[in-house]
Each structure stands twice: as structure tokens, then as C-alpha cells.
Design a protein around this ligand. Structure first.
Ligand SMILES: Cc1ncc(COP(=O)(O)O)c(C=O)c1O
Length: 394
């Protein structure tokens, strides 16, 4: 019997083709536009995809590969791909600019971009607003670390601290922005607000495209951490559209207290998390899914699972202090959650069997963020400061 923290998606067999409903949300057709925008940014490089052969042997798998988004743009998280692109995309439409390079040459002080964020997306929106000479206001829940707040301020944003969780920050952002005529650049969607979250996910498809090209043999399994589901929908949507029936078996990973996807899967429709979303994995601390992503994740993901807080430090350690010649990877709590999930799955024979994790399995994980936002937690978990661990990467 599979453990209670692992649940199959019973709707998945009916959704074999990547159809118009999915393509409307995420499509590889949108990738060239993002790549064109990135080409206007000389600092941009694809992030590395690391292989961990010693760990793969220890876990009885063929390969474990980690897409290291901690190195995205020197920004520290995959979120840079979505927030910056979405700000530029909205501005382009608004001022009728032909390309992103044309936009970046002018200031746009008449625009204020607002979003709620646990930290990373807000930093991306602030960065986008700064690049294009606009103003930004970022609404942070009470749990966002001082380090993440400082990094957002450093990109010129104004901060509004909301005394509450992520959903409270979203509500406050909506109220304020609607009253003041600001443009919301949200990574989560709600009825009537879908276009901009689609731009955000369009940006994320870059990492899936890179990973597929870097992987050599396509992965057989992909583990994707989810907050509202934007990252996972972009990755699975891209893989599903590109590989069809050959796409990897997919697993959504969430903290136990923020299991909105796990509960939505159980009920067969978007549902609230069973807990209050108190977790060290701040990027995943969401009580509600982004409804827009249901047609991809609700219908297309194979398995949903949760992890507990105790699983985070060992996963950080495995990445930062690897065995053998495996590369050092610096991951924050949300970043290492895919590794935490893989370790949990591999330690449970019934889970291994259910997912077919064996010596032929090629597993893809995403380190969605570095550790700059949670330095104390990282040091407790690994015995290394973020600077020391980063030094070992070179
Ligand atoms: C580091 C990190 N990983 C994963 C996620 C989850 O992304 P999504 O909310 O699109 O599911 C986030 C979201 O903020 C994040 O910051």
C-alpha cells in the first residue's frame, strides 16, 4: 500500500493529448518570444543541469539531475524568468514597443507594478520595473525573511508588509492596486485575471527547454515543487507538449501544511490546503492553487506528495555536502524540496514500487532557489555558511 503522503491522480488517464485547453495556458510556441527578450540581456546564461552519479548509485537510480536555478542571472531563483518577462511584456503592449531592447532604453515612470510575493517573485517584479524605469510596490506576508525584503528594496521597490500569510498579501495587493490603478503582475491567477500569470509561466518555460536540451536522455521522472502551481505547470506543460506520451512520470511536491494541490487532487477540483501553510519552505507556503493551472496539473500530473519540515535540512545537506565527486549545490528550503521528496520516496519501498523508481530511472529535480534568503537555516542544516558552500562550488 502506498503511504498516506503519496496520492495518484485518478484523472490523469483521460488527459493523454496536450490539447487547446492546456496550450492556452502554457505552450512551447511562446518560448521564442522569451528567448528574444533574454537575448536583449547580455548577463543572461542558461543555468547548469548537474548530474549526481554518486547519489544516484546510492539511491539505486540510473541518474539524478538537478537544474540549478540558484544561478539564474545571479538572481538566485527561477522566478527571475517570469516576473521580469511579464513586466516587459505588459509594458510592450501598453506603449506599443516592438521589442524589449526598445523598451529598456526608456523610463516608464507612469507605470506602477504591484504584486504579492513570499520573496522571489516580488524581487523579479521589482527587477523588471527597475530595468524598464517603472515603479513597483511589493506586498509581503509576515513570514518573508529580512534578507529577502532587503533584496527587493535593493531593486528599488516599495514594500508593504501585510500582517498575515501569502493569501492575505494577495488580497491586500488586489485591493490597493485596484483602488490606485496599479498593474498587478501576479504569478497566481483568479477568475478574470489570467493573462499576466500566463506571461509569468511563459517565462518559466525557458528552464524546462534548457533542461530538456541539457539532459541527454530525457528524464523518466520529474519532481516539481509547487506553491500555487505556476512553476510546475510551466515545466510539465512544456514537457507534455514536447514529448507527448514519452513525457516523464510527474510528481508534485508540497509541504504538509501547504498541501493545496494534494487536497485538490483528492477532491477532484481546486481546494484549500489542509494546514495553515506554516513552513520553512516560504516559496511553497500557499493555501490555494492558481486555478489557471488546473488544466495542466489537475489533469496531467501523475502523483502528488507532501514532505515534512524535518525533511528539509537533510536534503539541503545532501546537496551542499555531496558524496564522492558529485557537485556542490546551494539550495534554500523551497529549492531543496524536490530532493527532500526524492529521499523520502526512495526510503519507502511501496512508494518506489508505485512510481517505478529503479535502476533505469532518470530523475530530474529543480533547485528553484539558492540559500541567500535563509542563511541561518542553511548553516544549521549544512554546517557551512552560504558563502563557504558557494566557494566550494567553484
Ligand atoms: C523558490 C521557489 N520554489 C518554488 C516556488 C513555487 O512556485 P509556484 O508558486 O509557481 O508553484 C516558489 C514560489 O514562490 C519559489 O519561490
Amino acid at each position: 500500500m502506498t503511504p498516506p503522503w503519496l496520492q495518484i491522480n485518478s484523472r490523469r488517464p483521460i488527459a493523454t493529448a496536450y490539447g487547446p485547453a492546456q496550450r492556452d495556458v502554457v505552450s512551447a510556441a511562446g518560448l521564442p518570444e522569451v528567448l528574444q527578450a533574454l537575448a536583449a540581456c547580455p548577463a543572461h546564461r542558461p543555468t547548469p543541469l548537474y548530474s549526481l552519479p554518486t547519489l544516484a548509485r546510492r539511491l539505486g537510480l540510473s541518474t539524478v539531475q538537478v537544474k540549478d536555478e540558484s544561478q539564474r542571472f545571479g538572481f538566485g531563483a527561477f522566478k527571475a524568468l517570469g516576473g521580469v518577462f511579464a513586466v516587459g511584456r505588459v509594458l510592450r503592449d501598453a506603449v506599443g514597443a516592438k521589442g524589449f531592447d526598445e523598451l529598456a532604453g526608456h523610463a516608464h515612470p507612469q507605470f506602477t507594478f504591484a504584486t504579492a510575493s513570499s520573496g522571489n517573485h516580488g524581487r523579479a517584479v521589482a527587477a523588471g520595473a527597475k530595468i524598464f524605469g517603472a515603479r513597483s510596490v511589493i506586498f509581503l506576508p509576515s513570514f518573508t525573511s529580512a534578507e529577502k525584503e532587503a533584496a527587493i528594496r535593493a531593486r528599488g521597490a516599495e514594500i508593504v508588509r501585510v500582517d498575515g500569510d501569502y493569501e492575505a498579501a494577495v488580497a491586500r495587493c488586489r485591493e490597493t492596486a485596484e483602488a490606485r490603478g496599479w498593474t498587478i503582475i501576479s504569478d497566481t491567477s483568479w477568475p478574470g485575471y489570467e493573462t499576466i500569470p500566463k506571461y509569468v509561466m511563459q517565462g518559466y518555460t525557458v528552464l524546462a527547454d534548457e533542461a530538456l536540451k541539457q539532459a541527454g536522455n530525457a528524464p523518466t521522472h520529474v519532481l516539481m515543487q509547487a506553491g500555487v502551481g505556476g512553476l510546475a505547470a510551466a515545466v510539465l506543460g512544456f514537457l507534455w507538449e514536447s514529448l507527448g506520451e514519452r513525457r516523464p512520470l510527474s510528481v508534485i511536491v508540497e509541504p504538509e501544511s501547504a498541501d493545496c494541490w494534494f487536497q485538490s487532487n483528492r477532491l477532484g477540483e481546486p481546494a484549500l490546503a489542509s494546514g495553515d501553510a506554516t513552513t520553512s519552505m516560504g516559496g511553497l507556503a500557499c493555501r490555494e492553487i492558481s486555478p489557471l493551472t488546473w488544466s495542466i496539473l489537475g489533469l496531467g500530473v501523475d502523483w502528488f506528495m507532501t514532505i515534512e519540515e524535518d525533511h528539509v535540512p537533510p536534503a539541503m545537506r545532501v546537496l551542499a555536502r555531496p558524496d564522492g565527486d558529485d557537485p556542490v549545490i546551494v539550495a534554500g528550503p523551497s529549492g531543496c524540496s524536490g530532493m527532500a521528496a526524492l529521499l523520502r520516496l526512495c526510503a519507502d519501498q511501496a512508494a518506489r514500487n508505485a512510481l517505478g523508481l529503479d535502476a533505469n530511472s532518470r530523475v530530474l529535480l529543480i533547485n528553484s532557489e539558492g540559500a541567500f534568503g535563509e542563511p541561518a537555516l542553511f548553516e544549521r542544516a549544512t554546517g557551512l555558511s552560504v558563502a563557504q558552500a558557494t566557494e566550494r562550488m567553484r
